[in-house]
Structure formats: C-alpha cells, structure tokens
Design a protein around this ligand. Structure first.
Ligand SMILES: [Zn+2]
Length: 476
C-alpha cells in the first residue's frame, strides 16, 4: 500500500511537471474572463439569417487566420452549409494531446438564441485572445469547434417573437433532429437526415471530449441519459418532471458539468420556473429522462458511441425572443459558455503506446466501474473528464495483453497517463473483456448494447412518443 502511494505520488509529480509545460493549471490560477465589450462594428445583437451568418464567419476567418478556421460538415436538405468555426491557437489542425471540444446550436430551428450567442462567443474569443489571460489559456490549450446552426432550414421558417410552438423546429422534411440519432435504449426507426448524418460523420472523425448543445424553451442544463429502458408512457402526463431518472455511470461528472454551466449563469442555478405550469429545476440542472424521456437524442449518442460528454443547455424560456433581448442573453451566458469548455481540462489524459512507443489506435478504454467505454485516436490519445479521486483505467487492444492502471485525479490539473501495452501471446480468439461501444458496424442500423426490458411496439409506445413530442414542443 505504501509502495503504491509512493508510486502514485511520484507519478503525479511527474505528470504535473509534464503538463505544466503544455497546459497551465486548470483555470484556478487565472483571473476570471473579462466582460465582453460588444464589437458592434462587426457583430450586432440582432438575428443573422443564413447569408449574414455565412458572411460573418467568412469575414472572421479572413480577419483572424491565426485563430480561426471555417469548414462545412455538409449541407442541409435545402442546400445550406452546416458551418463549423474552429477557434484555437492551432485552428487548422488537431495538435496531438490538445482536446477538441464543441458547441452545437440551433438543432431546433426555432430555438435560435444559441445560434446568435455562438457568433458572439466566436467574436469574443478572437477579440480577447491578446488581452484576456483566460481566453488565451483556453485557446492555447483547446481546439474549440463552434457550429452555430445545425438546422438552418428550420431557422429560415421560424418567427421572431414565437416563444412556443413547433414552427421551424424540424428540418425541411419535418424531422426532429434531436430524435434522429441511434438510441442506446430503444430502436429508432426514424430515417437518418442529412443534417444528422453530417453530425454523425463529424463526430466519428474528431474525438470530441466535451460538448454543449444549445436549446431554448426552458432554463436548465440537462444531462444524459435522455432515454430510459423503462419509460412509462403515462409518466409523461401524470408525473411530468418527476419521471424516473436514467443515470449514466458518469453521473457525478455530468452533474458537475451541468452545475458549472448553471452556476456561472446569471439565473439558471436559481431554478426558477419559466412559467407557472413548467418545472423549476433544483440548482438549474436535471437528468434528461427525469425531465421527459426521449428517443434518438444527440447527447446520449455522443456519450455512448464516442465518449464525448455532451450536455443539453436550455438557455431561454422563450424559444425565439425578440432581438433586443439578445444582449441580455449574452450577458447571462457568457461566463457559463467559457467555463464549461474549460472543463475539458479536468480528469485524465494520455496515450496508449506499444513497447516501441508507437501509438495504438482504437484501443478500448474504460474507467473501472463505469461501464461506458471510450477509445484512443489514431495518435493513441485519450481523454476522460473525471472528478478528483482514485481510479483504475482498463485498457484493451486487439493483439495486446489487457492492462489495468491505477491513477489519481486532483482538482488543479489533469493527470497525464501513458499506458504501454505488450503484445499478447495468443491473438486468435481473444475475447474482449469489457464493453466496447465502438466502432458501429456499418450494416447495423440500431445499436443496443444491453437488453433492456421494454415494449417497443403497440399502443403504449405510440401514445408515449406522441406525448413526448407534445411535451417537447412545449419545452425545449
Ligand atoms: Zn430544443
């Protein structure tokens, strides 16, 4: 035991010195980000249609070529580009060891506050990099991908001032994109839409560590799971937000991430109800399924398939508030949006290597006791957000002997962990010793790694999905 402690202490000291070279200590030592002075010369607090949004992104990438890179992950049904802007001190390529994080806005076309705030976040980052230590630290150590609108077609038919309702929520074919992903618990028969397929392809290519999906219609940070193996079709009506929670093995982390957003927000953590008939959320956070279960949501997919911790951020009671309120929304959310991204630097990160120091791609990793796994990148990198504590990392790769490595996570900085695997004697017939959510076989439409007991057909299922869609039209 003593030996173990000595080893871990030495290791931590080592990891600290390594990390101190590349990443500053987690934001503790830095002053708070400064308030943003809106640069109205380039970006007013008004809603930007697709052409204006495109112009702003293009102009920004031309003006700040060392801090931004603009790319499109595909097109909407009506041919609008699904733009992503990278903001980072290394915008053009992934730097080995530097985590990629993302924000996705406007997946529901009629919830555009996030869409506008993401433009302001871009503007804030590029104009503050040289003057704000916190922003400089964040951009030097993180590659931030910002997609202001995942549903530009829906936005095009939405109406400013429409606080409720579903007009513009869906894509141009009438699909709810946040019900269009493969589901962990239930078969999702919805046909994959171009916008969803583009996002699935995007997150299969970049190992995102952390993500926020911005919505409107409520004021709460909602974390996985969104679905549950045993959702009651009547629970939605009779229990409203007291439905049973569906918790992930990383529930402590998801609660923490949600609280980081809520507590840095001007109002969210007060848990004030948007209207008298809507729920008030304790501390401004909720488990998704406890609020209302849904099938095919984006956050569960990010987490289960790719190990990306995504939280759904509902940032406005009114789905499409008048433009004159946008400045206030920015002020309410600015600190939350920045602090949330910094959480990518909490936990453990490192490399899985063979004895010659060559990276092992697609090694499967799992934190012992947390049965949702993750994988290494082609550079052998991995990241996992964890709260301070003692953990064991289980590592498996085809053709190598599995390994279990102990480590400690502390509050101030991420733990750096390099794992060397030795080739196993017997490669043929090796059984995978633990859960591997990746990769998704191409021919497999629906991925159900566990066998929950549920009835996926019949009248209750129909009632349930009907009520859920009604419920989600009312809220975010
Ligand atoms: Zn929404």
């Amino acid at each position: 035991m003593i030996l173990r402690i000595v080893f871990l202490s030495a290791f931590l000291l080592f990891s600290y010195h390594c990390l101190a070279q590349s990443t500053n200590e987690l934001d503790a030592a830095l002053p708070e980000p400064r308030a943003y002075i809106p640069d109205s010369q380039y970006l007013d607090f008004v809603y930007h249609d697709h052409d204006d949004l495109t112009r702003f992104l293009r102009a920004t990438s031309a003006r700040y070529p060392n801090l931004t890179a603009l790319y499109s992950i595909g097109k909407s049904i009506q041919g609008r580009d699904l733009w992503v802007m990278v903001v980072s001190s290394s915008p053009y390529e992934h730097m080995i060891g530097k985590p990629d994080v993302k924000y996705v806005g406007n997946i529901h076309g009629n919830e555009p506050v996030g869409r506008e705030l993401l433009l302001h976040l871009i503007q804030y980052f590029v104009t503050s990099y040289n003057t704000d230590q916190y922003v400089k630290w964040l951009l030097d150590n993180t590659r931030i991908h910002i997609m202001p609108s995942m549903n530009p077609d829906g936005y095009a038919v939405s109406k400013e001032g429409a606080c409720d309702g579903g007009q513009g929520r869906y894509n141009a074919r009438g699909f709810d994109l946040n019900r269009n992903f493969p589901d962990y618990f239930k078969q999702n028969n919805k046909r994959g839409q171009p916008e969803t397929d583009a996002v699935k392809d995007w997150i299969s290519k970049i190992q995102f560590v952390l993500s926020g999906s911005l919505h409107g219609g409520a004021l709460v940070a909602s974390y996985p799971y969104d679905n549950t193996p045993n959702s009651s079709p009547l629970g939605v009506v009779f229990q409203t937000y007291s439905a049973a929670p569906s918790l992930t093995p990383d529930d402590d982390v998801f609660k923490h991430l949600s609280l980081v957003y809520a507590k840095n927000h001007a109002k969210m953590s007060r848990g004030v109800a948007c209207k008298s008939a809507t729920p008030a959320f304790e501390n401004g956070i909720t488990n998704g399924a406890a609020w209302y279960p849904l099938t095919g949501g984006m956050q569960d997919y990010n987490y289960v398939w790719y190990g990306c911790m995504e939280v759904t951020l509902e940032i406005s009671c009114c789905k499409y508030p008048p433009a004159y309120e946008l400045k206030k929304y920015w002020e309410d959310n600015q600190l939350s949006m920045i602090k949330f991204l910094a959480e990518a630097h909490r936990g453990v990160q490192g490399f899985v290597l063979d004895p010659t120091g060559t990276p092992i791609e697609r090694a499967s990793l799992k934190i012992k006791g947390r049965d949702v796994g993750f994988q290494t990148t082609k550079h052998g990198e991995f990241w996992r957000i964890l709260l301070p504590g003692y953990y064991k990392l289980e590592v498996f790769a085809e053709g190598y002997a599995p390994r279990e490595v102990e480590f400690i996570v502390v509050e101030q900085h991420p733990t750096l962990l390099n794992v060397t695997l030795t080739p196993s004697k017997r490669v043929e017939g090796t059984t995978v010793p633990f859960y591997r959510p990746l990769p998704i076989p191409q021919q497999q439409q629906h991925y159900r790694p566990i066998s929950p007991t549920y009835s996926d057909s019949g009248i209750f299922s129909t009632i349930s999905s009907g009520l859920n869609s009604l419920y989600s039209n009312i809220f975010g």
